[in-house]
Ligand binder design. Sequence first.
Ligand SMILES: *[C@@H]1O[C@H](CO)[C@@H](O)[C@H](O)[C@H]1NC(C)=O
Ligand SMILES: *[C@@H]1O[C@H](CO)[C@@H](O)[C@H](O)[C@H]1NC(C)=O
Length: 391
Amino acid sequence: MVSQSTNHVLWHFTLTIFIVILFNPKLSYAEQSKLMDLNTNMIDHCWRQNPEWRRHRQQIATCSIGYVGKMTNNIGKELIHYKVTDPNDDPINPKFGTLRYGASVIQGKVWITFQKNMNIRLVKPLLISSFTTIDGRGVNIHIANNACLMIFKATNIIIHSIRIHHCKAQSPGMVMGPNGKVIHLGPVDGDAIRLITASKIWIDHNTLYNCEDGLLDVTRGSSNVTISNNWFREQDKVMLLGHDDGYVRDRNMKVTVVYNHFGPNCNQRMPRIRHGYAHVANNLYLGWVQYAIGGSMGPSLKSEANLFIAPKVGSKEVTWRNVGKTNGNQWEFHSVRDGFENGASFAVTEGGRVPKPNYSKEQSFKVVNVKYVRSLTRSSGAFQCSKTFIC
Ligand SMILES: *[C@@H]1O[C@H](CO)[C@@H](O)[C@H](O)[C@H]1NC(C)=O
Ligand SMILES: *[C@@H]1O[C@H](CO)[C@@H](O)[C@H](O)[C@H]1NC(C)=O
């Protein structure tokens, strides 16, 4: 990883190029935009250039891309600003100042920030309410060493710049639900973030690792999700899209996976998809053990301009298919403009037409040439903030 201060310099460099291109009359508009497209992480470009981003935190709601669309439902009038001041947790009677109070008790639009660096050990899974933004920018926030995040029957949620790790399975018990009422929650696996019947969810710039089950599960009819700029590492099962083989409602699932950094030491599921459709673009894959992209139940996946760096030893093949008894010939795994290093290979579906994501105007983004993937994903994960790097 290149250091953040180098990164800072690079942004200035990019900005300079931008200005040069913009004011160069010799270039046509098409030529200008071609040059501009080379190296742009569209999400970061939208807010990180603003040195006053702390005073304009809500600007980021307009920066999302892919199936989640823009997060403008999370901002505007009636937005409640809530600051976490207390790292403690009470799952039934959350105190004002704790994360759970902001995320589960307060209803309506709430924008959660943190007063200082914090290690939060959740006693039970945190059930996040609709229209909630958890914004860890500017501080180092860890949610670790016990229960982690759950989005259950909720919509319009942003999770940004949080480190989530060492999540553990939980026994059943009482917990504050996303509607501010105490509910009984069954047993949960140890996932970092689990979506259950959730929609319009944006997971951006988080660092996820070392959990008992998986890092990110999108299940039970969840859809309209964008997973961007995250750093996934040190994990067996990384990302699951689609609940189980029998859950046909996941046929409508649409997920965008863009600008993420997978590895080192990830084994499988980056992602593993069932039923639905995923657009996986401009991600960096630093090896795998079993496979990177896999699935069952005839899903569709468009892999576009990702950089797949095979492990030095072991399987060089990116994909894995569990064909089973059904849907064997409806399989759609496509690779378009991907890059392969260390002998990586991608077994594509023969003769299939690549389904387009059919993004609307506000969802669409330019997938850039794979040779820029390393630089696009350089600052993936939660930002490391320091006195020299004001992130
Ligand atoms: C996803 O968004 C589309 C519009 O882009 C909408 O028609 C659909 O109902 C949404 N799906 C869910 C599960 O909310
Ligand atoms: C986009 O539209 C085309 C044409 O209708 C369709 O074949 C394709 O499956 C659609 N893509 C998705 C992801 O639904």
